[in-house]
Ligand binder design. Structure first.
Ligand code: IPE
Ligand code: IPE
Ligand code: MG
Length: 231
């Protein structure tokens, strides 16, 4: 199946791991493991359909309010995922990480720096992992840097000092039926199409991916303009 319009950059708010597990009578941790197991399949689908940039919301600046045992488990999963550097190289995936390094465990920061360095020349897909990430924090971080450098503050400069240089989001997807951004890529999502599905992240498969692209293809993106035939 081919689509006329494929989003260049998709952001996934991977939500519903906990509820997915609860529905199965399992601990939340099992939901996070199942959620992580979805990630590579979704990346493969992005490559198959021609998406070039993928941002994944892994851990928000607000997620620190969760129990420490859950936080530790999420970081354990992130660490083990990033350790598979060969698999990223094999798939030609460039890994970037957005977010504050402070507060993250040292060994996770080490893996983050290593994978970014190892995959820096990969070209087929850019994977931006948002870890200890908040959209407001990112904007404050950028503006602080610009002020320190004594530069002019405008949209272009703020964009240039965000955690990573990525094109604007074309599509933001949130699973599990919640309809909010939860502080995800606020600057980059300014003109993104939004797609919400009831499906929990661990169940987000090719069928859901195709539904998402079908919905995106029905959207008319006008960016403040009016339709060409109305001019
Ligand atoms: C999303 O699933 C994963 C992270 C926030 C890390 P949740 O853990 O938020 O799952 P629910 O929303 O409780 O079902
Ligand atoms: C957003 O999900 C953060 C991630 C997916 C990492 P949450 O489950 O933390 O968001 P809220 O609490 O429902 O807004
Ligand atoms: Mg949630």
């Amino acid at each position: 199946m081919q689509f006329a319009n494929v989003p260049r950059h998709i952001g996934f708010i991977m939500d519903g791991n906990g509820r997915w597990a609860k529905l199965k009578g399992q601990p939340r941790a099992k939901g996070h493991i199942a959620g992580l197991n979805r990630v590579d399949d979704v990346l493969q689908l992005c490559q198959k359909y021609g998406v070039q940039y993928v941002s994944l919301f892994v851990f928000s600046t607000e997620n620190w309010s969760r129990p420490q045992s859950e936080i530790d488990h999420l970081f354990d999963l992130a660490r083990s995922y990033l350790k598979k550097s060969k698999s990223f190289l094999k798939r030609d995936i460039k890994v970037l990480v957005s977010g504050k390094k402070e507060r993250l465990p040292q060994d996770l920061v080490y893996e983050i720096e290593k994978i970014q360095q190892q995959t820096k020349d990969c070209k087929s897909l850019v994977l931006n992992l948002c870890i200890n990430y908040g959209g407001r924090d990112e904007i404050v971080h950028a503006v602080t840097k610009i002020l320190l450098l004594g530069k002019q503050i405008d949209e272009k400069t703020i964009s240039a000092y965000l955690y990573n240089q990525l094109p604007d989001l074309d599509l933001v997807v949130r699973t599990s039926g919640e309809m909010r951004l939860s502080n995800f890529m606020l600057f980059q999502a300014a003109y993104a199409e939004l797609y919400f599905t009831q499906v929990m992240w661990p169940d987000f498969d090719e069928k859901e991916f195709v539904c998402m692209l079908e919905s995106y293809n029905k959207r008319e993106r006008k960016f403040g303009d009016i339709k060409i035939n109305e001019k």
